[in-house]
Write a protein of this length. Structure first.
Length: 460
């Protein structure tokens, strides 16, 4: 008897320690359905203590998942049916697991009552998410707010969107060929866009690395256009910037100056710098994401170098990676892993498991980060990004107007930046599809978000 008992104990312990998650996530078993027999899926709560997903009983006694704010958190929360997406899917086992005390669980079992699964506390702030959603104002695009020092995502909105409450009813129309809006896609982490002039930070750093003794002497006289292999690359709206140095080129976002810098760059070491910043790389994340691409090789032509220097050509990035790069610059060159799951607590509040921030890598040196921060301050103080300025703190950032069609005037509007520049609390990235000029359209939205965030902090 003792031998049988000890054998069973060892078997269960082994299962608990090593095999549990494998068995649970194996689609061939119905463990999650079994869990749903005894446990309600736990709530999801914002960082400012607002319930953003909960399980309720319908009049006929059936359970349903309620999202009180409809589409506001659609792309991060996601949904469970129809294959699943977002946190609702990636965290479903934890939401269906209870860490209530043994006595609580035993009592519920004896009374044949279901217990509530653990509560997921997300890093997203309801107040900031709502504000960013309003700032997007129904336009196609995305806004991300992140803490550079930790990687916590404080807001992530994407439009067009969908209501996760009725995903099953909407499914056939969402996936029908007539729906070309891409509303299921989280544009923040899955949208791939030409980075445009937001890429110039990387070009500038590569130029400085390859020309440590002479970059301060860089000078370019901009007439509004630059000819490469017989094709003209213009500055935005054909503007002639006159004589600029390296910092001046970044401040005014002068395409000609960057194309000039690019012609002597080593495409392989440039690509390695991009890869240090996360291009062509994967990492694990709470929501689905796509890899950003920088594809120059040693046989790159003058035209390839020119296009790459201004974030056009074959280079594409997600707004999330752009936020991570900006955050790494803000954080002394250290890139943190972005995350949305702040903690799990049991329904009886006796258990808590908190996510610890994770360093992804030291992308660049602290002095290189300080050099870029200085340049990005100039952009907001005196250059194309002045509309992102805040009355609360010095903002450092970069605008971008990324051409996406050969027709004139077709630009995605970008801004990515952080504040305060000497003690960064938040990084903000704004992308408006087809929005036009980054300085005119995206930068003022970022400025509003900086003001809103710091006013909110002061009122606490
Ligand atoms: Zn120019």
């Amino acid at each position: 008897m003792i031998a049988v008992f000890v054998g069973m104990l060892i078997y269960f312990l082994t299962f608990e320690i090593s095999g549990k998650s494998e068995v649970i996530t194996n689609p061939l078993n119905n463990r999650t359905q079994n869990m749903e027999q005894t446990v309600f899926k736990g709530d999801v709560i914002s960082s400012d203590n607002v319930v953003i997903a909960t399980t309720q009983n319908a009049e006929d006694g059936t359970e349903y998942r309620l999202y009180p704010f409809g589409s506001l958190f659609a792309h991060t929360l996601g949904y469970t049916p129809m294959g699943g997406a977002g946190l609702e899917d990636s965290q479903k086992i934890k939401l269906l697991t209870s860490h209530n005390t043994f006595l609580h669980q035993l009592t519920a079992e004896l009374l044949n009552q279901k217990i509530r699964g653990d509560t997921l506390h997300v890093t997203l702030s309801y107040a900031l998410q709502s504000y960013c959603y309003d700032q997007l104002g129904g336009r196609n695009g995305t806004i991300i707010v992140m803490e550079p020092k930790t990687g916590k995502i404080l807001a992530m909105v994407s439009c067009p969107d969908f209501d996760p409450s009725s995903i099953e009813e909407q499914w056939s129309s969402i996936v029908s060929p007539e729906n070309t809006t891409g509303n299921l896609m989280n544009r923040g982490s899955q949208g791939l866009y030409a980075p445009g002039s937001t890429f110039k930070m990387i070009t500038l750093l590569e130029y400085v690395r390859e020309n440590p003794a002479t970059w301060r002497d860089f000078s370019y006289n901009c007439s509004g256009s630059y000819e490469v292999e017989g094709t003209v690359i213009g500055c935005h709206e054909g503007h002639a910037h006159g004589v600029v140095d390296a910092y001046g080129a970044l401040t005014l976002s002068c395409n000609g100056a960057f194309v000039e810098m690019s012609q002597s760059l080593d495409p392989v070491s440039w690509r390695e710098l991009c890869e240090d910043f996360g291009y062509n790389q994967g990492f694990s994340m709470d929501v689905q994401y796509k890899k950003s691409r920088f594809s120059l090789t040693e046989d790159a032509t003058a035209w390839d170098l020119a296009q790459a220097s201004i974030g056009q050509g074959t280079t594409v990035t997600t707004p999330l990676l752009n936020t991570m790069i900006t955050s790494a610059i803000a954080n002394n060159g250290i890139m943190m892993k972005p995350y949305l799951v702040d903690s799990f607590t049991s329904d009886d509040k006796t258990y808590e498991s908190v996510t610890q921030p994770v360093v992804l890598k030291q992308c660049i040196t602290a002095s290189e980060a300080a050099f870029l921060t200085q340049g990005m301050e100039y952009v907001v103080k005196d250059g194309s990004g002045y509309r992102a300025g805040s009355s609360f703190a010095q903002v450092a950032g970069k605008t971008g107007s990324a051409q996406y069609s050969s027709e004139a005037g077709r630009y995605h509007a970008w801004f990515t930046g952080f504040a305060p520049s000497d003690d960064p609390q938040i990084a903000v990235t704004v992308l408006i599809e087809g929005g036009g000029s980054g300085g005119e359209v995206a930068a003022p939205i970022a400025g509003n978000i900086f003001n809103y965030y710091f006013a909110l902090q002061q009122s606490k």
